[in-house]
Design a protein around this ligand. Structure first.
Ligand SMILES: Nc1ncnc2c1ncn2[C@@H]1O[C@H](COP(=O)(O)OP(=O)(O)OC[C@H]2O[C@@H]([n+]3cccc(C(=O)O)c3)[C@H](O)[C@@H]2O)[C@@H](O)[C@H]1O
Ligand SMILES: Nc1ncnc2c1ncn2[C@@H]1O[C@H](COP(=O)(O)OP(=O)(O)OP(=O)(O)O)[C@@H](O)[C@H]1O
Ligand SMILES: NC(=O)CC[C@H](N)C(=O)O
Length: 566
């Protein structure tokens, strides 16, 4: 007997980067071996990245992932490795390879395939139907994959009923507001119900709309948290488990059904103590901010960009986007463009300049009035006899979008879009104008939370990094004289909870009214949301931070005669 030293590698696998992910996995195996680990665990689909989506329809991609698995197997001498990959025997399976001493011992197939929200695993995978228990270093171990552990009477229970003392779950569990708490509560329940240790290894990193937050963890059989990994960063956790103390049934010679022998004992060298990272979790808003940083950094870097460009209006949205981009990429990689028009307030320029100075980012000033004049005169004959309306407002937003895209084309700067969730919900933005851009980093952040994040950022800076004026001026598109957002919209404090009820909780108008909101306002908001589906389909992708984000999470028909407003 003795101790099993378990290493949990919370890595950032890049979707499709089979060679890079394999190299990263092998590097971690070598490190774990040098630390005396008996077992090292990697996240779900660590070899190909998660979610690989329709890459899985390409046979060459699946074969490549199997070749990568071979390289991992060869690199696994003297250690047990548990790693996520795609198995292609008898159809595609989301799988965990159980490798020992350079041999593939078994392949566990994920049984519960998530097929809701952002997940559509039924599109690609067949479910598994086996729940074996492995004997590793004399310890009985159940292995399962992400969604498998979310069910009270799922594979974890089957495995502990067969005598498992430790459940190793490999995950790619994306972040949203409150998810870590929900996940840890579930894992604690699962450990306590089954009187089993749980070691949960999560993916970390940004992948398009998703951010995997890491925060891998270990729970003991009473449901107490033993260890938590870093949030929003790669980490290697190392833990010594005392086998005799864990052996609930004592007699390890008892034959159990569906049991697969992996190893009798671990490495025999003496093991130096290992210092794991601090496990204090971030508070809820700080988690959101870190998710936005990581989502931004990874989208920009993984897509081969270095610099970003942002239209700075002196408003709260563009200011927060600039702050996040600067924190994520460094001041040298962020350019702010100030594009005043005849309707811009004086503060629009001075507040933007102050913000840029505080952040240390470069600015360009490109007044748009000459172009706006030219547009108006070009269209004057065609528009003769018509009233001035949103057409002229939108022309200004489109001039700005055009200029930002010109800078993007010329200098290879990615345009960061600044739309928040509230305006994305109701379509309060101009198609091909301020909706332009490559990535919309606060697309899933409701306006009230935009303010909170900005205040928090100032608090952590210890000064008004985002200038006071920006935080206190009433929101305005500044596209016509004296325009305020509240001319067209309910105040955000009222709008945001209605949107949350309608968009995220799918409540009906009656149910929202019953929450205490005025019926006419609720109906107006619902109508605006329904009518702007076409805009959202054309909007850039952005980072999911709420339980239900626009995009993969919420799919509604554009052509839609269902009328629940009238
Ligand atoms: N179902 C459908 N499928 C496809 N396309 C559809 C469509 N319905 C309309 N359209 C098209 O969309 C056009 C209307 O959309 P769009 O051109 O965007 O214009 P629209 O939505 O009419 O106006 C934009 C609104 O956003 C406000 N805004 C703009 C910019 C910034 C801010 C801010 O505060 O940040 C606010 C602005 O004040 C105005 O109220 C129609 O002319 C039509 O071509
Ligand atoms: N004068 C301007 N100079 C540069 N960019 C601008 C200007 N006006 C608008 N934009 C761009 O268009 C986006 C949308 O404008 P909008 O006024 O809604 O945003 P905001 O000023 O950041 O926030 P708020 O809605 O709180 O005013 C801005 O975030 C900015 O990227
Ligand atoms: N990859 C998965 O199976 C993820 C599903 C799971 N419920 C989660 O988000 O954590």
């Amino acid at each position: 007997m003795g101790k099993l030293r378990l290493a949990m590698a919370q890595i950032d696998s890049v979707v499709g980067d089979l060679a890079g992910n394999t190299a990263c996995i092998i590097r971690h195996i070598q490190e774990a071996r040098s630390l005396g680990a008996d077992v090292i665990v990697f996240p779900e689909l660590a070899i190909c990245g998660y979610p690989p989506e329709d890459l899985l329809h390409k046979p060459r991609f699946v074969e490549g992932n199997l070749h990568s698995l071979d390289s991992v197997i060869k690199a696994s001498e003297g250690i047990t490795v548990i790693v996520g990959y795609v198995d292609s025997h008898n159809g595609l399976h989301n799988s965990a390879a159980i490798i020992h001493n350079a041999s593939l011992i078994d392949s566990y197939h994920k049984i519960f395939l998530p097929n809701y929200g952002v997940f559509d695993e039924n599109r690609y995978f067949l479910p598994g139907n086996r729940c074996p228990v492995y004997t590793i270093c004399g310890l009985r171990v159940g292995v399962n994959i992400c969604e498998d552990i979310w069910f009270a009477s799922g594979p974890s229970t089957a495995q502990s009923n067969k005598g498992a003392e430790l459940i190793i779950n490999i995950s790619a569990s994306p972040y949203h507001f409150g998810k870590r708490n929900q996940r840890e509560k579930m894992l604690s329940d699962r450990a306590r119900e089954n009187r089993v240790y749980i070691a949960y290894t999560n993916m970390v990193g940004g992948q398009d709309e998703l951010v995997f937050d890491g925060a891998s963890n270990v729970f003991d059989y009473t449901g107490n948290l033993v260890l938590r990994g870093k949030q929003f960063q790669e980490d290697l956790l190392v833990l010594d488990l005392d086998i005799p103390a864990l052996t609930r049934q004592g007699d390890m010679s008892t034959e159990i059904p569906d049991s697969i022998f992996v190893s009798a004992s671990g490495l025999s060298e003496p093991k130096l103590p290992f210092e794991n990272s601090d496990s204090v979790p971030l508070d809820a808003d700080a988690e959101v901010y870190q998710a936005l940083l990581l989502g931004t950094k990874d989208y920009i870097n993984k897509n081969g960009f270095k610099k970003v460009v942002i239209g700075l209006s002196g408003g709260i949205d563009s200011s927060l986007v600039a702050a996040i981009a600067t924190d994520a990429l460094g001041a040298d990689n962020v350019v702010g463009v100030i594009m005043p028009s005849r309707y811009s307030s004086a503060g629009s320029i001075s507040d933007s300049l102050r913000l840029a100075e505080n952040l240390g980012i470069k600015t360009l000033q490109i007044p748009i009035d000459p172009i706006f004049k030219s547009f108006l005169s070009t269209l004057s004959e065609v528009f003769a006899g018509t009233e001035t309306d949103t057409t002229e407002e939108n022309i200004q937003a489109r001039i700005r979008g055009n200029l930002l895209m010109a800078l993007s084309n010329k200098f290879h700067w990615l345009v960061l879009n600044t739309s928040n969730k509230s305006e994305t919900a109701i379509g309060y933005s101009t198609l091909y104008g301020d909706m332009a851009g490559g990535f919309a980093i606060i697309k899933d952040v409701p306006k009230v939370l935009v303010y909170r994040l900005a205040h928090n950022r100032n608090k952590s800076a210890g000064f008004e990094l985002i200038p006071h004026n920006v935080l206190t001026k009433p929101p305005s598109a500044e596209l016509k004289p004296n325009q305020l957002d509240t001319d067209s919209l309910p105040p955000y404090e009222l709008l945001d909870p209605i949107l949350e009820a309608y968009v995220e909780q799918d409540k009906s108008i009656d149910q929202i009214v019953a929450l205490g909101f005025e019926e006419s306002i609720v109906k107006r908001v619902v109508k605006m949301v329904d009518r702007s589906e076409y805009k959202r389909r054309q909007a850039p992708p952005g980072i999911k931070i709420t339980p239900k984000a626009f995009g993969r999470d919420r799919r509604l028909p554009i052509t839609n005669r269902y009328n629940h407003v009238g």
